[in-house]
Design a binder for this molecule. Structure first.
Ligand SMILES: NC(=O)c1ccc[n+]([C@@H]2O[C@H](COP(=O)([O-])OP(=O)(O)OC[C@H]3O[C@@H](n4cnc5c(N)ncnc54)[C@H](O)[C@@H]3O)[C@@H](O)[C@H]2O)c1
Length: 444
């Protein structure tokens, strides 16, 4: 019985897709004593994991004490078998799916990775296997897309094997909430599936929240990420309005945050990035359109966030004008390229749109990020080389590296006459020389 195997940790867990989500979850199962098969089709990714090159992605799972860390690392290594061979899945009792669910042209969901994976699982499904989808999908997709593909095995979901959806809520770089402490929502095609998947996750995660259906679990993930998308869009919109009204949006948010209930602070910025917030709203929008409903609010929010890079360019243009310069005859430095501070992930980063726009007008655009050398066609160099003598410096990401390097001092010494566009309210303006023309998004 799978239930007993889960209880005594003899169930073999296969995690399909060892990316930002799958590698940590596979490591967590391995750390907790489950024999875990980590399967991925990307041989480079497998090599990086095997060589320990991406250990930082699972560091939150490891106790800070160095001796304990080594012990946990060896437990993970002992129990986690990574492979690109389909045959490695044959002994699996549980299949957890963490493959990408991106968008294709016209912001339509691309479910091809999920579909391929489900077809492959169907070849290895046994009676009483448990399949859990963690990849983000629209409500209804597990029943409509996943179930029929798995049933190509000639086994019936709910009767012969268990099927569950459990959204992943990992927040890369979050030092307070780790994979183990973030509550895990679980929905199933029937009660037995929900119970079994809940039992499995309760072996590795502190709190499990069973819900009544697959659709509720799928919809909860949509709600969480659309909540962020619309709230970020709201402050982005307000930042433009307040700027014109000579109100500091950052101070306003801090003041509003003193309300002990019914307010949650969100902050403006150059746009949203990563593999969730920019694309998940489009999953729900796709489904809404299919059933003939217009949810304009969600669409408008996504579009406000998408347009923020252009607003950053507008701010740069406006500030340069004060110095009698324009986008064509100015040199630029872009600081920060990843979508988020202190996290190496450049997927859908707003920096791409900002740099692309700048390089179309100016011949002298450099970009620097302490975590990546990908600069979307801009030249790169050291931090010092990047900012030296530039007319305009645009800070897009508030990496702690910039604080450690005393960025204000570097600007004073290397580009004392620049225009500085701060999209994160990061710079301490009083530390800047008077000759630097400082402009912060959302401030008069
Ligand atoms: N990144 C996040 O912070 C986050 C948070 C919550 C949920 N999610 C969701 O989790 C899912 C995975 O996201 P991610 O960020 O880990 O993506 P990722 O791109 O980092 O990793 C996906 C991995 O799946 C592999 N893959 C692709 N096709 C495969 C196949 N057929 N079989 C096996 N492996 C395959 C890829 O090689 C890659 O290594 C997505 O649906 C995403 O929306 C992501």
């Amino acid at each position: 019985m799978l239930e007993q195997k889960i209880k005594d940790k003899t169930a073999v867990v296969a995690v399909l897709g060892l990316g930002h989500v799958g590698y940590p979850i596979a490591s967590l199962f391995a750390k907790n004593g489950f024999l875990t098969i980590g399967y991925d089709i990307d041989s480079e990714r497998l090599r990086d994991i095997q060589q320990g090159a991406v250990i930082s992605e699972i560091i939150s799972l490891l106790p800070v004490n160095e001796i304990q860390r080594q012990k946990k690392l060896s437990e993970i290594a002992e129990n986690l078998r990574t492979s690109g061979e389909e045959e490695s899945l044959r002994e699996a009792d549980v299949f957890i799916v963490d493959v990408p669910t991106p968008l294709k042209e016209k912001d339509i969901p691309d479910l091809s990775f999920l579909e391929n994976t489900c077809r492959m699982i169907s070849r290895f499904l046994k009676k009483d296997s448990l399949v859990i989808i963690e990849s983000t999908i629209y409500p209804g997709a597990t029943e409509e897309i996943v179930k029929p593909l798995l049933e190509e095995s000639n086994l019936r979901a709910g009767d012969d094997f268990f099927l569950s959806f459990s959204p992943e809520r990992i927040d890369p770089g979050n030092k307070k909430w780790s994979l183990e402490s973030i509550p895990k929502i679980v929905g199933g095609i029937n009660k037995e599936s929900t119970d079994l998947a809940s039992l499995l996750f309760s072996q590795i995660i502190q709190k499990v929240i069973p819900v009544s259906s697959l659709k509720v679990a799928e919809a909860a993930k949509m709600l969480e990420n659309i909540f962020r998308s619309v709230n970020i869009a709201l402050v982005n919109d307000l930042s433009r309005l307040f700027e014109k009204m000579e109100i500091d949006v950052w101070e306003t948010i801090a003041a509003a945050s003193s309300k002990p209930f019914s307010f949650m602070a969100h902050y403006p910025g150059p746009g949203v990035g990563g593999h969730c917030i920019p694309k998940d709203p489009f999953y729900l929008l796709y489904k809404a359109r299919k059933i003939g409903l217009n949810v304009a609010f969600i669409e408008e929010a996504a579009s406000i966030n998408k347009n923020m890079p252009l607003y950053v360019i507008y701010l740069a243009e406006k500030t340069l004008k004060i110095r009698n310069k324009n986008l064509n005859n100015s040199s630029f430095a872009v600081l920060g390229v990843t979508y988020k501070n202190d996290v190496l992930d450049i997927r859908r980063t707003p920096a791409e749109a900002v740099i692309t726009e700048l390089t179309q007008t100016s011949k002298n655009v450099m970009a620097f990020d302490p975590l990546t050398t990908q600069t979307f066609g801009a030249k790169t160099g050291s931090l010092e080389e990047t900012i030296r003598d530039k007319d305009c410096i645009i800070l897009l990401v508030n990496h702690s590296y910039f604080r450690e390097k005393n960025i204000e001092e570097k600007i004073n010494n290397l580009a004392p006459n620049c225009c500085f566009i701060d999209t994160k309210n990061f710079i301490i303006p009083s530390k800047l020389k008077k000759s630097v023309l400082y402009k912060c998004l959302g401030k008069p």
